[in-house]
Ligand binder design. Structure first.
Ligand SMILES: C[S@@+](CC[C@H](N)C(=O)[O-])C[C@H]1O[C@@H](n2cnc3c(N)ncnc32)[C@H](O)[C@@H]1O
Length: 285
């Protein structure tokens, strides 16, 4: 059973994701692509990664957007069509999307699939594989199966690394963080989740298959004015922590209330630690 995500949450986080992804690592991924690459985006949601990465890849490209949630895929095609038109690109909707830009044609198709079962996805047929905000949900064993299936370069953006920081700090932070980390490690349909250990698990799995793995920082930096995003994170972390730490519910409730007051007063800022990961086959090009 796959974990479900709200399209409005993905829309809320998209500008923070776009600001956080590491352009230098993405440039190395792009340099390793063949002409007219076929790129598979695993757990694509509404296509936020495509809207960030496709314009950076000059030239023709084909995308296969894969997700378990048909509703997110449909919303993603509609959002991408609107976004592409707003950029001044020509868009044709037939089956998937064809976007004609001054620098090349993008063919975008979707596929509903449960990624827990990698067999049958034909990952090896793609020239390259990408994902964003996915790997903390998966297990070590799943990463090993993925590394065995991938043939070309892989770019995995926005993997949580646990280096979160709330400014100012609060006495309840330890309870909230402890409970939230337990939630990050639960099984989300792939076996026990690697959570904030995604980088180490990815490095181990892809290095064992001969890939050269690199990583770079991609933290969310959320300023006090971003009240909607900050509130979503405070509620999400507190809800998860309260579930796993029932004995600390009083502390967690007090921390949540204090954080919401700080947000209303424009006095809370937050960093959510992420790493972008790149695997290049044959030890790198
Ligand atoms: C945190 S969201 C990230 C979405 C998108 N990549 C982005 O950066 O906005 C995780 C995505 O993984 C998808 N997902 C989770 N488990 C899945 C599974 N077992 N099979 C396919 N997709 C899955 C969810 O539907 C969701 O779209």
């Amino acid at each position: 059973m796959s974990e479900t995500f709200d399209g409005d949450w993905l829309a809320l986080r998209e500008p923070f994701d776009a600001a956080a992804r590491n352009p230098a690592l993405a440039a190395r991924f792009i340099a390793a692509l063949p002409e007219r690459p076929v790129i598979m985006d695993l757990g694509c949601g509404t296509g936020s990664l495509l809207r960030w990465l496709a314009p950076r890849i000059a030239g023709d490209q084909a995308w296969l957007l894969v997700d378990a949630d048909a509703g997110l895929l449909a919303r993603g095609l509609a959002e991408t069509a609107d976004w592409a038109e707003a950029q001044g690109f020509d868009v044709s909707v037939r089956g998937g999307l064809t976007v004609t830009t001054p620098h090349g044609v993008w063919r975008i198709a979707t596929r509903v699939a449960d990624l827990a079962d990698l067999e049958g996805l034909d990952i090896g047929d793609a020239d390259a594989v990408v994902c964003s905000a996915l790997l903390d949900l998966v297990s070590r064993r799943w990463l090993e199966a993925l590394a065995a299936a991938v043939r070309g370069p892989m770019l995995a953006c926005l993997n949580v690394d646990g280096h979160d920081r709330m400014m100012p700090s609060h006495a309840g932070d330890i309870a909230v963080t402890t409970g939230f980390r337990r939630d990050q490690a639960r099984d989300k349909g792939f076996g026990p989740s690697v959570g904030r250990h995604a980088e180490a698990a990815f490095r181990a799995a892809f290095s064992a298959r001969g890939f050269a793995v690199s990583a770079a920082e991609s933290h969310w930096r959320i300023a006090p004015g971003a009240a909607h995003m900050l509130s979503a994170l405070v509620h999400g972390h507190a809800d998860a922590a309260a579930h796993w730490m029932p004995a600390a519910r009083g502390t967690i409730r007090a921390a949540r209330a204090a954080r919401l007051r700080q947000i209303a007063a424009g006095r809370l800022a937050m960093r959510v630690g992420h790493r972008d990961l790149l695997a290049l086959p044959n030890g790198g090009y």
